[in-house]
Design a protein around this ligand. Structure first.
Ligand code: HEM
Length: 292
């Protein structure tokens, strides 16, 4: 008989046991794992999407190039762009996602580690066992030996340079590398591609951070960000994450009402004015305000 599979991740965590000791996880461990999954899988992806749009607004040339690429490859009437389609045709747009993950990794500052029994020697320095260490994600992503003009948003650095993507440290490396790395890319790239296909984005006149407001290095000033352990979001999202999002004419992503026989309990009707409102909405992109 086929093995019974758990109905969801929570059940899998409750049922799971150590292969040798057969011990199950404690309630605290199950809660901790669930928090890790929720934070890792939703918050960080939402932040990466937010920062990608934010950088595209600060670098209009990159925004134009990505938008042109998407709209040339997928005309107005094209239905939702899938990951496979985006991956095959949108090299520059994908490069924008990678460059965002490099320049503004949504993974906090340090990935904590404890030196194992017996200590370890790292680059000639002995580290006693039990020492708590942190790997600096932003430091690795901005290191001048690896990255030219590291403070500048330059998606083109990844074009025809697949190997460079391996140097992005945002998903970590080694035994604890993010297990959701591929899923994250599958979520982020088509979401950005479909947004660029179906909507025009601009900054509102009241925006505080604009392409012409330069910092001491001559790059557009980026909105202030919080420094949390896990996820790094803007400090003032309600104030700084304002983008005008205008639905393009002729795009066809309006959900159609299905015959009731085909509707599932998850299908909902949009309010009658939703499309109209969507066309002139001025919204703050949310999703990154961690409350834990
Ligand atoms: C842009 C998106 C993402 C980034 C930048 C990211 C990055 C990271 C990083 C840096 C770690 C810590 C690794 C370490 O300690 O060395 C991590 C762990 C983790 N990530 Fe992601 N992640 C992303 C999306 C996702 C998604 C979509 C999922 C699942 C659906 C996921 C699931 C996890 C889990 C479960 C862990 C804990 C792994 C462990 O305890 O060993 N992540 N992630």
């Amino acid at each position: 008989m086929a093995e019974q599979r758990p109905t969801d991740i929570l059940q899998a965590l409750l049922d799971g046991e150590d292969p040798e000791s057969k011990a199950k996880m404690t309630a605290t461990q199950v809660v901790a794992e669930n928090i890790a999954i929720i934070v890792a899988s939703t918050d960080i992806v939402a932040q990466t999407l937010t920062w990608t749009l934010s950088y595209l607004m600060l670098y209009p040339e990159a925004y134009r190039r990505a938008t042109d690429e998407v709209r040339r490859a997928f005309p107005n009437h094209h239905k939702a762009i899938s990951y496979a389609q985006a991956k095959a045709k949108l090299q520059f747009t994908e490069a924008c996602v990678y460059e965002t993950m490099r320049i503004r990794a949504a993974t906090g500052v340090f990935l904590p580690r404890v030196v194992p029994k017996g200590g370890a020697t790292f680059q000639g320095h002995f580290l006693p066992e039990g020492t708590e260490l942190g790997v600096n994600v932003a430091g690795a992503n901005h290191h001048q030996t690896t990255w030219t003009s590291p403070r500048r948003f330059m998606p083109e650095r990844f074009i025809d340079n697949e190997n460079l993507k391996q140097n992005i440290f945002s998903f970590s490396l080694g035994a604890r590398v993010c297990p959701g790395k591929n899923l994250a890319l599958i979520e982020i790239l088509p979401t950005i591609a479909n947004l660029l296909k179906n909507y025009d984005f601009t900054l509102p006149p009241s925006a505080l951070f604009t392409p012409d407001k330069l910092d001491e290095h001559g790059n557009p000033t980026v909105m202030p960000r919080s420094h949390r352990f896990t996820s790094v979001g803007p400090t003032y999202p309600d104030r700084d994450c304002q983008i005008i999002c205008q639905k393009r004419q002729g795009t066809d992503d309006t959900p159609r009402k299905q015959p009731s026989s085909q509707r599932s309990r998850h299908d909902v009707d949009l309010p009658p004015r939703a499309n109209e409102l969507r066309q002139r909405s001025l919204f703050g992109i949310r999703g990154f305000r961690s409350r834990y």
